[in-house]
Design a protein around this ligand. Structure first.
Ligand code: AMP
Ligand code: MG
Length: 352
C-alpha cells in the first residue's frame, strides 16, 4: 500500500471508530497514531487522562519498535540470526523474543494443514514481498519457485528442545509477516491491561483488537472493499479482534496481471480465487494467522479449517464477487452493498 493509501485508509478507520452511536456518558477518547510494522498504528483509549494516555502511547510505541526489530526476517536482529543458523541443522539457543512466537506458529501451521506456513521465508523473499520492491516487475523464475516448493519447508521441520531449536530441513526460513502484527497487538493489549486500561483499541491499518467498550457502546469497525471504500460494518464489544487478509495490501502488476503477497505454499504462487477474508476471534494472533490461511483455502476449503481453529465468525469475498460467511457472521455484519450474492455455510461453533 502506498503512503497516500495508508493515510486515507487510516483516516477512514479512525472515522469509523469514532462514529457516534448515541453516547451515554461522554468519556473522552484519546486517539494517537505512530508507525509500526510498516503501517499506521492507531491507539484509542477511553476515559484516560490525557497525560496518562500520552505516557501509555509512548510505552506502546516502544514495544512495537522492539517487536519490529526482533521479528524482522532479514535484518541482523534476533530473527535474522535464527534464519542464519537454521540451515546449519545444528541445535542453537533460540532468542526469548522468538521462541513463543515460533511455538504458537507451529501449532497454527498444524491446525491449518500448513496453509499458514511461516517456514516459506525463502519463497517470500524470492517474490520480493519482504522489501519495498518496485511496483512493476516480472514474477520470479517458475523453476526457482518449483525448487523451493519441492524442498517443502514446514514448521514441523523445526525441532524444539527446551530453549534450543534446530531445523531438519535446510530450506526453512522464517517469515512472521502473517502473524507478527496479531501477536504484537496481543502483547500490546496485555501491556495496556497491566497499565490499568480497560477500554481501548489497538488498530494496525484495519487489523485490530478491542477491549471493553466506548462509553457503554460497541466499537464500530469498517471492513474495506478490496477495490476501495467500505463494504461492511461490524460492531464489536468486550474482547474481540478483527483481522482481514486481502489481495490489495501488497502486490505488483506485470503485463496486466496482479501478483499479491499471500502465497499458497502448495504451488509457490499467489493464492487464487479470494479477494479478502475477515475473521473475528478473541485473540489477535489466531485471527491474523487464520485470515491468511482461510484466504489460501478459499471458498471451497475455508470451512473445516475455521472449525479446527475454533473461529466463530468468517466473511470471505471471492474473486467472482460472492460473499461466503457463516450464519453467526451474517447475523452481526452490516453489508453496505446489498446486491452482492451471499452464500451461507453451516454454523461454525455455537456463537454466543
Ligand atoms: P497477511 O497480510 O496477514 O495475510 O500476511 C501476509 C504476509 O505473510 C506476506 O506479506 C508474507 O510476508 C507472509 N506470507 C505470505 N504467504 C504466507 C503463508 N502461506 N503462510 C505464512 N505467511 C505467509
Ligand atoms: Mg495474517
Amino acid at each position: 500500500m502506498r503512503a497516500e493509501q495508508i493515510r486515507i485508509w487510516g483516516l477512514l478507520c479512525c472515522l469509523m471508530l469514532l462514529l457516534p452511536s448515541g453516547c451515554r456518558r461522554a468519556d473522552p477518547v484519546y486517539n494517537t497514531r505512530f508507525l509500526a510494522f510498516g503501517t499506521l498504528m492507531d491507539l484509542s483509549l477511553v476515559g484516560v487522562e490525557p497525560q496518562k494516555a500520552e505516557e501509555v502511547a509512548q510505552l506502546l510505541e516502544q514495544d512495537f519498535a522492539f517487536m519490529q526489530r526482533a521479528w524482522h526476517a532479514w535484518d541482523p536482529g534476533p530473527l535474522g540470526r535464527v534464519n542464519r543458523l537454521l540451515p546449519t541443522g545444528k541445535f542453537f539457543a533460540a532468542p526469548p523474543s522468538i521462541l513463543p512466537l515460533l511455538r504458537k506458529s507451529q501449532q497454527l501451521a498444524r491446525q491449518t494443514d500448513d496453509l499458514f506456513n511461516p517456514a516459506i521465508g525463502k519463497l517470500i523473499a524470492l517474490w520480493g514481498f519482504h522489501t519495498d520492491a518496485p511496483a512493476c516487475r516480472p514474477p520470479p523464475d517458475a523453476r526457482a519457485i518449483r525448487n523451493l516448493v519441492r524442498a517443502d519447508p514446514k514448521m514441523s521441520d523445526i525441532e524444539v528442545r527446551g530453549i534450543e531449536i534446530r531445523s531438519k530441513n535446510p530450506a526453512v526460513q522464517l517469515d512472521f509477516g502473517a502473524i507478527g502484527k496479531g501477536y504484537g497487538i496481543d502483547l500490546a493489549i496485555d501491556h495496556l491491561r497491566e497499565l490499568g486500561i480497560r477500554n481501548a483499541i489497538v488498530n494496525a491499518g484495519g487489523d485490530l483488537r478491542a477491549i471493553g467498550d466506548r462509553s457503554g457502546h460497541p466499537w464500530r469497525i469498517a471492513i474495506r472493499h478490496p477495490n476501495g471504500g467500505v463494504f461492511a460494518i461490524l460492531q464489536i464489544a468486550g474482547d474481540e479482534s478483527v483481522f482481514t487478509s486481502g489481495d490489495y495490501e501488497r502486490n505488483f502488476i506485470y503485463e496486466g496481471k496482479t501478483y499479491h503477497h499471500i502465497i499458497d505454499p502448495r504451488t509457490g504462487w499467489p493464492a487464487e480465487g479470494t479477494r479478502s477474508v475477515t475473521v473475528v476471534h478473541s485473540d489477535a494472533t489466531t485471527a491474523d494467522a487464520a485470515a491468511t490461511a482461510l484466504f489460501i483455502a478459499g471458498s471451497e476449503g475455508w470451512y473445516p479449517i475455521a472449525r479446527r481453529l475454533g473461529i466463530r465468525y468468517v466473511l470471505l469475498l471471492d474473486s467472482q464477487g460472492r460473499i461466503h460467511m457463516n450464519p453467526a457472521m451474517a447475523k452481526r455484519v452490516q453489508l453496505l452493498e446489498g446486491d452482492l450474492p451471499v452464500l451461507l455455510s453451516p454454523p461454525l461453533l455455537d456463537a454466543p
